[in-house]
Design a protein. Structure first.
Length: 153
């Protein structure tokens, strides 16, 4: 068995890992072909990494021209603690105002905690200037180096 196969997460492990995380490294493609890499807060909606951003942001401009993305969610400090998921795919634009507000509520709720009046005011103020995106996976790679400590059989 190849080491790559030994460290790969199961589909259920990938889903749990992505659901438990908050931040994703998001790579889009700039007009000149160079990667544009940013950190975004996200939520999982319908099994997809979903985020919102300002309509005029560089990533939104990049995605309008080329919807391909690579997303990286990772954790760990020591080699045998390293875990991560890389999702390669394309984004689906979400510009319905109610859907954008809901993405905003969920993302902001992760950060501020649900139910605060300030949270709803923030979302209502920010949402008209934003759009949402859902990442439709084309390829998923994963690793959990703690599996290397398990005996092979």
């Amino acid at each position: 068995m190849k080491q790559r196969d030994r460290v790969a997460m199961t589909e259920a492990e990938v889903a749990a890992f992505l659901a438990a995380s908050r931040k994703v490294q998001l790579a889009t493609i700039s007009r000149d072909g160079t990667p544009h890499l940013v950190t975004m807060y996200y939520v999982m909606l319908d099994g997809q990494i979903t985020f919102w951003t300002y309509r005029s942001s560089q990533k939104a401009l990049n995605l309008a021209a080329d919807p391909r993305v690579t997303c990286l969610v990772e954790t760990g400090e020591q080699y045998f603690d390293l875990r991560g998921v890389q999702v390669q795919g394309v984004v689906r634009l979400i510009d319905d105002p109610a859907a954008v507000r809901e993405i905003g509520r969920q993302v902001a709720g992760l950060l501020a905690g649900p139910g605060t009046e300030a949270l709803e005011e923030y979302v209502q103020h920010a949402a008209p200037k934003r759009v949402g995106y859902a990442v439709e996976p084309r390829r998923i790679l994963s690793w959990d180096h703690s599996k290397l400590l398990q005996p092979t059989g």
